[in-house]
Design a protein around this ligand. Structure first.
Ligand code: AHR
Length: 492
């Protein structure tokens, strides 16, 4: 029996809903086909946005969407994507497969998508190949309510009211595809850009997010914080989980992987905790009066592309292994909600660890989707400190704790989410809730399957959540967690 304790007397604060954020780049079939099919498509759509995808994302509870990249952001000139579609420039997407980008999805379309989803917009500006003026104009175009050249142009293009976009990224991966900069150089640019990224409405202040470190590049975070910390509200972090780390050209397959690769993936993803703790420590050390948060604005699994698909499109399947990666990371973000203010899994549809895959007019929900849906109640809830007794499980050098937990409380009750990482052994859980009185109802749900189980076109419901028995006890509840599973319990 594994004992767990949810401590109602200790909390790190509110779980920012943006921790459950997503990312959409002009990459492969993410925007085009995956989200946007155009108004003339046979696929049911509203103003060009796929109705099936929009409805599914709403049901999952999408709070925030990042756009237009990624690497694409630092080649994107926003004026190419506004005005009459027939006049929009056709450009080459030099980062992703060299395909033609016709700019039919631009700022107005992205804001319409966010409107339909009911989510916040997070726009990454072009620092790598753009100018300060161009970036500053984009914010004026989106956020200026009164009279100004940009506001007039927006009105001319059919949008009267400002969108008040809050979240703005000052470049992306400035250390790599965003300009191959050194941290000192980027920190200075960041100060310069930040100076001209203005607020146009004091009730809708913008949030400036600096391009942050790759994985464990603590020097990057230190320099950016030291030199530009007073000019930003958050700094980002990118960390992708790959089963094999020797060569980027051989990351391992998304399906049909070995047991060893299952455990190497889980062990690698747990490294996120060390990254959060170390980067957060540096942020705290160098921040001044202005509190700076950590945005993990790209995370998730990155495997070899599906055989026969365009290598530049980063299309991969999604299994129970991905579900466990999602559960572990979301538990970690919840448990570090005092510094992690945003996280964006990469990417929302058809690219890397997606919650949705499409094929023509067909759509399926991946195991990762179901984890986000099951964890939805954590958004905006008060995190509670939780502890679970674990044993080590795994293969060879890749040993991981068998159980992983987080919990929160809101007006809906206490939500406890637990992953069982063992692919062979179920676990009996005896969970005590302290400092919250006796509970009168417990509802459990579980997502489980073989470690390589996935949903496919024609077999869309192989992996989906089902009810799980949770027995109330004097102090909390008891439940049996199947091997390779993610469970959620709502207690009232
Ligand atoms: O998500 C795919 C790519 O990964 C993004 O464009 C880039 O920022 C990162 O390297």
């Amino acid at each position: 029996m594994a004992k767990a304790i949810i401590n109602g007397k200790r909390s790190k604060g509110t779980i920012d809903p943006n921790i459950y954020g997503h990312f959409s780049e002009h990459l492969g079939r993410c925007i085009y086909n995956g989200i946007f099919v155009g108004e003339n498509s046979d696929i049911p759509n509203v103003k060009g946005m796929r109705t099936d995808v929009v409805e599914a994302l709403k049901k999952m509870g999408i709070p925030l969407l990042r756009w237009p990249g990624g690497c694409f952001a630092d080649t994107y000139h926003w004026r190419d994507g506004i005005g009459p579609k027939e006049n929009r420039k056709k450009i080459v997407n030099t980062n992703w497969g060299g395909v033609t980008e016709d700019n039919s999805f631009g700022t107005h379309e992205f804001m319409e998508l966010c409107r339909q989803l009911g989510c916040e917009a997070y726009i990454s500006g072009n620092v790598g190949s753009g100018t300060v003026q161009e970036f500053s104009d984009w914010i004026e175009y989106c956020n200026m309510g009164g009279q100004s050249p940009m506001a007039q142009e927006r009105r001319k293009n059919g949008q009267d009211a400002p969108w008040n976009v809050k979240y703005w990224g000052i470049g992306n991966e400035a250390w790599g595809c965003g300009g191959n900069m050194e941290p000192e150089f980027y920190a200075n640019l960041c100060r310069q850009y930040s100076t001209y990224l203005r607020n146009y409405d004091n009730d809708h202040k913008i949030c400036k997010i600096a391009s942050g470190a790759n994985i464990a590049d603590y020097h990057w975070t230190k320099v950016v914080m030291e030199k530009a910390g007073q000019f930003i509200d958050a700094v980002s972090l990118h960390f992708y989980t790959t089963p094999r780390t020797e060569s980027w050209d051989d990351k391992g397959p998304a399906t049909g992987f070995s047991r060893d690769e299952y455990y190497s993936t889980l062990s690698r993803t747990l490294y996120m905790e060390e990254l959060i703790e170390n980067h957060s420590r540096i942020i705290r050390q160098y921040q001044g009066e202005r509190k700076v948060g950590l945005c993990v604005d790209e995370w998730g699994t990155w495997f070899d592309v599906e055989p026969g698909t365009n290598p530049g499109f980063l299309y991969q399947q999604n299994t129970m292994r991905d579900a466990l990666v999602a559960a572990v990371n979301l538990n970690l973000f919840n448990n570090h909600c005092d510094t992690v203010v945003m996280a964006n899994i990469a990417q929302v549809v058809n690219v890397l660890q997606s919650v949705i895959l499409t094929e023509g007019g067909k759509m399926l929900l991946t195991p990762t989707y179901h984890v986000f849906e099951m964890y939805q109640g954590h958004q905006g809830a008060k995190q509670l400190e939780s502890y679970v007794e674990t044993a080590l499980t795994g293969e060879g050098e890749h040993q991981v704790p068998n159980l992983h937990i987080s919990s929160s409380v809101s007006d809906k009750g206490v939500l406890v989410t637990v992953a069982n990482l063992s692919d062979t052994d179920s676990a009996k859980l005896d969970c005590a809730l302290t400092g919250m009185g006796k509970m009168s109802r417990a509802e459990g749900r579980v997502l489980t399957g073989e470690r390589g189980a996935f949903n496919d076109f024609g077999a869309e419901d192989r992996v989906k959540p089902v009810p799980l028995k949770a027995e109330l006890t004097e102090s909390g509840f008891k439940a049996d967690l199947p091997a390779c599973s993610v469970a959620s319990f709502l207690l009232r």
